[in-house]
Design a protein around this ligand. Sequence first.
Ligand SMILES: *[C@@H]1O[C@H](CO)[C@@H](O)[C@H](O)[C@H]1NC(C)=O
Length: 179
Amino acid sequence: MQFFSTVLVAASALASLAAAQSPNVLHFVSQDSTTRTLVFTAQEGLEQIPNLVLEGHSTVNQTMPNSWIGNVFSVSEGAPFVPGMLAEFRFNGFAGANYFDVSAIVNPNDIDGIKMIFPLSSSTPVSGCQTFPCSNAYNKWDDVATLSTDDTELVVLVGTLSNQRRRALARMPREFVTA
Ligand SMILES: *[C@@H]1O[C@H](CO)[C@@H](O)[C@H](O)[C@H]1NC(C)=O
C-alpha cells in the first residue's frame, strides 16, 4: 500500500511537472477578413474561459487549463449569437494525451466558423475540413471521430480560405500554412 501510494505521488508529481513545463495552448488562426468572437463552453464545474476576439487574418493564442474539457465555437461580427461548428477538446485525458475533434452535431449549417484542428508541431492527425459538409468531422452521435496527440499545442483554423489563397497554400509546406 505504501509502495503504491508513493508511486502515485511520484507519478502525479511528474505529471504536474510536465504540465508546468508545457502548458496546453490553442492557436486560433483566422483565414479570412471577418472579425469573430470565440465562445468557450467548459464542462460543468471546470474553469470558464472568457470569450476571445479573433480579428481577420490574425492569430490568438489561449492557454488552456490542465484537464480542461469543453468546446469552442465562433460567431462572426454582425451574425446572430448561436452555437456553430464546435472545436471539442479534452486536455490531459487518458494516458495524458490531448483529445480533439471538429463537431457538426449542434449546428451543421455553420460552414464559415471553426474549420480544422491539428497539432502545432506535427500537423497530423487533422479533424475537420476547409469545406463542409465533410466526412472528416463528428457528424452523427455514433461517429468515432475523436483524435488524440501528445502535443500540448493545437492549431484551430477559423473562417473561409479564398480560392486563391487555397491554391497557394496547397503548394506550401504546412509550417507556412499555419503561420
Ligand atoms: C501565437 O503562437 C505562435 C506560435 O508559437 C506565435 O508564432 C505567435 O506569435 C503567437 N501569437 C500571439 C498573438 O501571441
